[in-house]
Design a protein around this ligand. Structure first.
Ligand code: BG6
Ligand code: MG
Length: 215
């Protein structure tokens, strides 16, 4: 029986995955590297530095640690500019209602985002009060697909991992949830996230009724 729901942020609660993509594409194009939505799938859910490493591998580029830090900062500056222009209404439709229903049914809620900007995004959207626990990229050592972030969320929630359900839009996130011993709802197109236990286009389509029916 599910006792807690753990939500990823970017691409699950709000369309910020689009802003990460726009910023990475801008950087990749500056470096002369081809970068489309297809390549971007590999970056979803992983840390900023790991994302940059993947892009540099795609372009067969080797840079110094200093150069990499500068590029990662540049990407982040663009991303922060994009989210500062974001409206609170950019939260996906039905997300607040889903979180309210989860709480009303006595289940706990955690946020588990690899992003170091998660706090800013959550505050901009005004949804901080929905979460019993918030874990972000500043609190972990290993990025998804490592299970660390979900195990830490479960520990802080004081709920056994087998009683947690994860909502994820990233391959790396689905893998991390499974490695943590949790079931996972995959958010995305039908051809994506084939390993997820359940699949929907938007988080609210997997409602409290479905959550409660998991045995
Ligand atoms: C994840 C996103 O939530 O956070 C990734 O899916 C992003 O695309 C990662 O790279 C790290 O984000 P940030 O804000 O710390 O650069
Ligand atoms: Mg995501």
């Amino acid at each position: 029986m599910i006792q807690a729901v753990i939500f990823d942020l970017d691409g699950v609660l709000v369309d910020t995955a689009r802003y990460h993509f726009m910023a990475w594409q801008r950087l990749a194009h500056e470096l002369g590297i081809e970068f489309t939505e297809k390549e971007n799938e590999q970056l979803k859910g992983v840390s900023r530095m790991r994302s940059l490493e993947i892009i540099l591998e795609m372009g067969n580029l080797q840079l110094s640690f200093d150069e990499m830090n500068k590029l990662a900062e540049k990407k982040n500056k663009w991303f922060v500019q994009y989210i500062n222009r974001m409206q609170a209404s950019e939260i996906f439709p039905g997300v607040k209602e889903l979180m309210a229903a989860i709480r009303q049914n006595g289940l706990k809620i955690a946020l588990a985002s690899s992003s170091k900007n998660a706090d800013t995004v959550v505050t901009l959207l005004g949804i901080q009060d929905f979460f019993d626990v918030m874990i972000d990229g500043t609190m972990i050592t290993h990025t998804k697909p490592d299970p660390e972030i979900f195990l830490l969320a479960a520990q802080r929630l004081n709920v056994h991992p087998s009683h947690c359900l994860v909502y994820e839009d990233a391959e790396a996130g689905v893998e991390a949830a499974h490695a943590a011993g949790m079931k996972c709802v995959g958010i995305g197109l039908p051809e994506q996230l084939r390993t997820a236990d359940y699949r929907v286009a938007l988080a609210p389509e997997f409602s409290i009724k479905e959550i409660k029916s998991i045995v």
